[in-house]
Design a binder for this molecule. Sequence first.
Ligand code: UGA
Length: 437
Amino acid sequence: MPKITSVIGLGYLGVTQAAVLASLGHRVLGIDPDQTKIDSLNAGKVPFFEPELQELLESGIRSGLLTFDTAISESAKEVDVHFICVGTPSKSDGSEVDTSFLHKALEQLAPFLKQNSTIVGRSTVPVGTAATLENYLFSITDTKFDLVWNPEFLSEGTAVRDSLKPERIVIGTNSQKGESALRDIYKKIIDKNVPVFTIDRQTSELVKVASNAFLALKISYINGVAEIAEKTGASTAKLADAMGLDTRIGRKFLNNGLGFGGGCLPKDLAGFASVAKATGAKHFGELLDSVNSINSDRRQHVHSLAVELLGNVAGKKITVLGAAFKPNTDDIRLSPGLLLAEELRREGAFVTIHDPIALPKVSEMYPKLIQGETIESAAADADLLIVATEWSDYKELDATKLRAIVKRPALIDARNILPSVEWRRLGWNIKQLGEGS
Ligand code: UGA
């Protein structure tokens, strides 16, 4: 049966959640304090790039099921299920997670809470957060509610698909009522044979961070192997293919390169390491710290390769292809390519950055980087090209055409997407990470 819902916090997760709930037939009130964002959403425009989301938003608005506002108000009194999707960024020291936006959301919601409604936390949080939030809400309202945790596992670039056909739905609760509220909401998805895993809240909180930290570990593992492969003449890509055929290991997340970035893996890894240490899992905390260090080493390694190719980077023109932290998104948070570009710029290189869609975001955060609107204009007269993100446009780079416009035919393929033998034949000095030859 269709429900009345709210989604509080409209970032990548919240907007997707709101549009998906409307597509399932529920009424959705989306809340976020950012007026510009709300204006954009009410005008039917997704304020960031996410494949398939624009169409879903437009149809939600057309159907009248989806509306957006800057604050929780009287209309929230009709809501049966509230989804909390606010950000949980790292604190300024980078290790612990800041859960203050969750407290703030509940504080604002409390006066408008409907009797026996369900609150569903979707944000990624340290273990124990749901219990703390529940106690907090008990202290500020007499209204009866259930607080359920329902971690999200969607990846940017495939968020809509991941939401409509997830590999699993995790429901963290020991309340039968809370569980059935969520099962009702997701019925159309669950009916597509999606496994539902109902567990206690602590476990549900941990599933999410443990999964993200494991993905980070897998990437750093292959990047560590890549260091050895490079020194010994081996090929990491071929090795990963062979390893990945073992179904216990699997090929996914074994692509070596410039390492992981974005708003999730680095933050969750650091938060989990801090929980590990706080709970006395000392060596595990150290393992997670090493995952992070191996990841930072990747940037350092590409930096060293640039120095090896150019002598000194100061005064050289370096073109970085790819600002987004991965393809099919315009998210540039902790993008390894951008961090590297900024380091090179600080050392005196003239760095031009190109990206198929993320350049407007680059202007806001990295105003000193030169932007190239096209690949050709970005690469003109370059002493060095660095492929930092594996956008499909870059897989099709034309070695002959580019050779005619650069100053020196030198390229670091930091995502291993180009046919290096062919490029070398066409006169390029090309380096690929983790490839010994
Ligand atoms: C990640 C998780 O994959 C999702 O399951 C999770 O729900 C999400 O975080 C979240 O917490 O919200 P996302 O940050 O969108 O999703 O991106 P990923 O696809 O995990 O990629 C993260 C980084 O790892 C990217 O920089 C990517 O380039 C890098 N990566 C990925 C590699 O370097 N090698 C690989 O083999 C795979």
